[in-house]
Design a protein around this ligand. Structure first.
Ligand code: 5GP
Length: 192
């Protein structure tokens, strides 16, 4: 499972909750079939419109802990009182199939991946400002006031860690952002 084998590519994409990571990834997958999302496992409850096996593998805490014991995760974290983790099998299958697999994960997990796979590409998506981020979180309308406030606090801490990433992209205009991220990741790929 290496990025040096000219097969697939491993990419971590992070950014505060509400900064548009999932939208950017969806657009990348639509514009270029080499891209695919990594489906993480989590113990948090599904939000409206989320499907098991598509957005996440929604599993119980017991099941998550059993899989930790089994060594099934490349990385996992406890975030906002829930477990989130990347399954080794997700990455292996995609990289072996020559895909550009994108892990949308928070900064601690990203640091873990970057340490294990130095050749992995990493992109931090910045919101244009804190007030825009707050507005996006509120407009999503899926979270309580307390969760929004906690996510904004986490966002501040995460933005301070953006220097860990090879690339930082400000998501002010979706189309431009997607093109920039695509160029960064595919130009790098074609050089190999
Ligand atoms: P959400 O609850 O909004 O879907 O996700 C909360 C945070 O967990 C987001 O920053 C998301 O990127 C991150 N996350 C999702 N899956 C994983 C994972 O497998 N590992 C890690 N470390 N973070 C994840």
């Amino acid at each position: 499972m290496s990025n040096e084998n000219k097969k697939g590519k491993l990419v971590v994409l992070s950014g505060p909750s509400g900064c548009g990571k999932d939208t950017v990834l969806n657009c990348l997958c639509e514009m270029d079939e080499r891209f695919c999302p990594s489906v993480s496992a989590t113990t948090r409850a599904p939000r409206d419109g989320e499907t098991d096996g598509v957005h996440y593998y929604f599993i119980s805490k017991d099941e998550f802990e059993r899989r930790i014991e089994n060594g099934e995760f490349v990385e996992y974290v406890e975030y906002n009182r829930n477990y989130y983790g990347t399954l080794r099998s997700e990455i292996e299958n995609a990289v072996n199939a020559g895909r550009i697999i994108v892990l949308v994960i928070e900064v601690q997990g990203a640091a873990n991946i970057i340490a294990q796979f130095p050749d992995a590409e990493s992109v931090f998506l910045m919101p244009p400002s804190m007030s825009v981020l707050e507005e996006r979180l509120r407009n999503r309308g899926t979270e309580s006031e307390e969760t929004i406030r906690r996510r904004l606090e986490i966002a501040k801490e995460e933005m301070e860690k953006s220097r860990l990433y090879k690339h930082v992209v400000v998501n002010d205009e979706l189309e431009k952002t997607v093109q920039t991220v695509h160029d960064i990741l595919t130009l790098y790929t074609s050089e190999q």
